[in-house]
Design a protein around this ligand. Structure first.
Ligand code: CTP
Ligand code: CA
Length: 229
């Protein structure tokens, strides 16, 4: 049992976890979304409770029961996720952005269902970029608190490896830790296990072998605890 013998090293701490994937509606019935299930975010929340923390989870479209002892705020869109995360982060000791926010949203929401036209014309959907919540959290923090953790699902490509892309992202975001998943062949989505590399802004690298999402959650909190004052 990964919980056995764990100290209550988050007692007296308030941590915020975002989970799931945001949806951006085009009309009352259609949305742009992604494959994030919220399992890793909920595992992080449950693990933090087990270590004594007060936990707020901001959950975007997560179709799972809330872990026991967690305050859950349910949201749909990236803008709602942004507002609730920034609110919950005030005075928090750590924020873990495990959610997958949609990067873009339709430039406009159409109140009535978009209909096919008799002439077969294809609608064009213009997108605008959503705010980057992680970058905003980093910009808003006072001194060293809270410890801020990002997640990144990456694939290697012709220009760089997974880790190279991730290092660049960590630097761009300015957070303390980046939890990197290699999703080159569709791994990690909707599964109960996960493997990852934890990259620290201080240059540290921790490899977490394939195992239950709970084990990765505890590895993340281990790294967070090290960085709490
Ligand atoms: N993130 C965020 N706000 C956004 C987009 C992403 O806070 N609008 C956070 C995610 O929750 C995650 C981290 O940033 O913790 C990295 O997300 P990712 O999608 O990998 O980063 P992007 O900057 O959107 O890069 P990409 O173009 O690769 O999607
Ligand atoms: Ca993104």
């Amino acid at each position: 049992d990964v919980l056995e013998g764990r100290p209550l090293d988050l007692a007296g701490r308030h941590v915020v976890v975002s989970a799931g994937g945001t949806r951006e509606f085009l009309d009352p019935v259609r949305f742009l979304g992604n494959r994030s299930s919220g399992r890793q975010g909920f595992a992080l929340a449950a693990a933090a409770v087990a270590r004594g923390a007060r936990v707020t989870v901001v959950a975007a479209n997560v179709e799972l029961p809330a872990p026991a002892g967690v305050d859950v705020v349910r949201v749909v869109s990236t803008e709602q996720l942004r507002q609730q995360v920034l609110l919950a982060a005030e005075g928090a000791d750590a924020v873990v952005m495990a959610a997958a926010p949609a990067d873009f949203r339709p430039a406009q929401f159409v109140d009535a269902k978009i209909k096919k036209t008799p002439d077969g014309a294809t609608p064009e959907i213009r997108l605008v970029e959503n705010p980057d919540i992680l970058v905003e959290l980093v910009g808003a923090r006072a001194g060293a608190a809270p410890v801020i953790v990002g997640f990144a699902a990456e694939t290697g490509d012709a220009t760089a490896t997974v880790i190279e892309h991730a290092r660049a992202k960590l630097a761009r975001k300015g957070c303390d830790l980046l939890v990197v998943n290699d999703v080159s062949d569709g791994k990690a989505f909707g599964r109960d296990d996960n493997e990852a590399v934890l990259l620290g802004a201080d240059g540290s690298v921790v490899e977490v072998p394939l195992g239950p999402k709970t084990a990765l959650a505890h590895a993340v909190w281990d790294a967070v605890v090290q960085r709490l004052d």
